[in-house]
Design a protein around this ligand. Structure first.
Ligand code: CP
Length: 313
């Protein structure tokens, strides 16, 4: 077998994170997502690819973009799907994650998509059920489909990841989006700079092959992609930041930054705190590709569902 030949199937049975995915596997997902992106532009945006498959969407934590785009991706692929949220379920009566998952699997599902507050929840699920598992965000651990849709969006603006300089700005310490992007981007050869107040930078994060700074101007110097992250007030006490106002002054992206860096695009995984991570004008600027990220989310999730459902790993 030629080691340089493009892959035609994934080597993984699950998508728990990007830390173990190789460049050819990520490339296969992005290439497949580009094909599904075209399906989304057709008058009839549905293909029979996963007819006969059943997907359970297990959302133990609130979500707008990820849950809706997984549900839409399943419909676009003609899969059957059921959705579960914590409120209104028997979890409120004390049922464990393991028992909940095994009951859902007893109803015969092929794939399970899980979002949970606990890091490792998706991995735990693989030990409880036979279905293939997709991590839709587990605590501050990983959010691989978000990073994949970010990579797809970047690839629409820049010819190669090899020369790409990406600055991730914000609450790195609590961000599963940052972690998955660090793994994906460095695997593909991009240069990554993390920019945050020292209290929001994980210790020894440079060991992941990234640069760090607490100065926004330094992070934006020569940068192609400025990815702002949401300040996650629910994940830490007020002690890590003096005030949101001070954060916005030191780390918020403003029109001045777009003028100073005319080739730079702005990304944000959402939900946005307007006026904190990005100014209103920046969020709505043509070089802010935030809604393109959302559209690409459907195509990427179609690709991941398809490749895992039909894979032989
Ligand atoms: N980006 C993201 O994960 O958004 P949701 O929390 O709305 O799913």
């Amino acid at each position: 077998m030629d080691p340089a030949a493009p892959l035609t199937s994934l080597k993984h049975r699950h998508l728990l994170g990007l830390s173990t995915y190789s460049a050819p596997e990520i490339g296969l997902i992005l290439e497949t997502a580009r094909e599904f992106r075209e399906v989304l532009e057709r008058p009839i945006r549905q293909v029979p690819t996963l007819r006969g498959y059943t997907v359970a969407n297990l959302f133990f934590e609130p979500s707008t973009r990820t849950r809706l785009s997984f549900e839409l991706a399943e419909k676009r692929l003609s899969a059957e799907s059921v959705s579960f949220t914590r409120s209104g379920s028997s979890l409120t009566k004390g049922e464990s994650l393991r028992d909940t998952a095994r009951n859902i699997e007893a109803m015969k599902v092929d794939l399970a998509v899980i979002r949970h507050t606990s890091p490792g929840a998706a991995h735990f699920l693989t030990r409880c059920i036979e279905a293939r598992v997709i991590n839709a965000g587990d605590g501050a651990h990983e959010h691989p489909t978000q990073a994949l849709l970010d990579l797809l969006t970047m690839s629409e603006h820049f010819p190669s990841f090899e020369d790409l300089r990406v600055s991730i700005i914000g609450d790195i310490a609590h961000s599963r989006v940052a972690r998955s992007n660090i793994f994906g981007l460095t695997t593909l050869g991009a240069s990554v700079t993390l920019c945050a107040p020292p209290t929001l930078l994980p210790v020894r994060v440079e060991e992941l092959g990234v640069r760090t700074t607490s100065h926004l101007e330094e992070a934006l110097d020569g940068c192609d992609v400025a990815m702002a992250l949401r300040i996650q007030r629910e994940r830490f006490g007020a002690s890590l930041l003096p005030s949101l106002r001070e954060y916005a002054i030191r780390f918020g992206l403003r029109m001045r930054h777009l003028r100073e860096h005319p080739d730079m695009i702005v990304m944000h995984p959402g939900p946005i705190n307007r006026g904190v991570e990005v100014d209103h004008d920046v969020a709505d600027h043509e070089r802010a590709v935030i809604l393109d990220q959302v559209t690409n989310g459907v195509a990427v999730r179609m690709a991941v569902l398809y490749l895992l459902a039909t894979g032989s790993a």
